[in-house]
Structure formats: structure tokens, C-alpha cells
Design a protein around this ligand. Sequence first.
Ligand code: ZN
Length: 168
Amino acid sequence: MALRKIVTHPHPVLREQAAAITEFNAELRQLAQDMAETMYDAEGVGLAGNQIGVARQIAVIDISASEEERKHLVLINPALSEGEGCESGKEGCLSVLEYNAKVERFKKIRVTAQDVEGRPLDFVAEDRFARIIQHEVDHLHGTLFIDRISRLKQDMYKRKLKKLLEKK
Ligand code: ZN
């Protein structure tokens, strides 16, 4: 059990294409467990490998029905297909300091992946669940939600971040 350090934009690992995972072993289970703990500690709803400096195809997603009974889903090597509909909704990110913005995503998406034991997963996600998965899968391809907003908003955030980092 260990909390991992979450890296923030503009750290270069957030821009890396995550490598496919081929070995399903104790080390991977530990990584998944650490990521879930790190996500809950940071009060996030999802966390991708790149965000803790591990550019491998792994993401954890909070699927808890309540705070007392926490449950998370581990997605290994996730791939998205059959995107349907389009919905704009607010997003933030543990790796993007002090910023939220509306992002357009598919409303419904098919997810194929593996679980932490290497078993195949294949399901359809909708609405908020679909949004979180799309956000996390973006991370595994080196994409941040701020890449999906207007140039004007990107420039505004750049200036805000510059000030923020100067203060530190
Ligand atoms: Zn994120």
C-alpha cells in the first residue's frame, strides 16, 4: 500500500503514449491498488498511469455507489469504439491545477480492455461514466482535457498557470 505522487501539467510524461501491458503479475496488481488509493486520497474519480509518472496502459475509475462502500474499476489496455452522440460537460483533472472547463465527449461508448488479471472486458458506458473513461483513455495517449477546449481558453489557462507556478 502506497500513495503515488501525482504529476501535473506541463510534466512531459503527461504527453507520452502509454505502452501496452503484457504481463499480469503481482507488480501490476500492486500498481493498480496504489493507483486506486492515490485516486481516493486526491478525491479524484479516475487516474491514468501517466499521471503518476508510469506511462503504461492502465487506468482506475471510481465506480462507488457511496462513500462508505468504495469500488473501482481497473482498465488495462483500454480501447474505445462505436462512439455515439455528443455531450458537453464540465471536466477537471488532478494533473491540471485549478481549472475546469466544458469538454465535448461521446455520450455513449463501447469499451474493450482487460482487467488486472488479464481477462477481457467488453462493455458499453454512458453519460458520466463514459466521460470519465474517455478522459482517462486520453491520458494514455498523451492528451489532456485542455487540448479539447478553444484556443482562447487554452491561452487564458496558460497565463493563469504561469502566475500559479510563479507563486510556488
Ligand atoms: Zn485527468
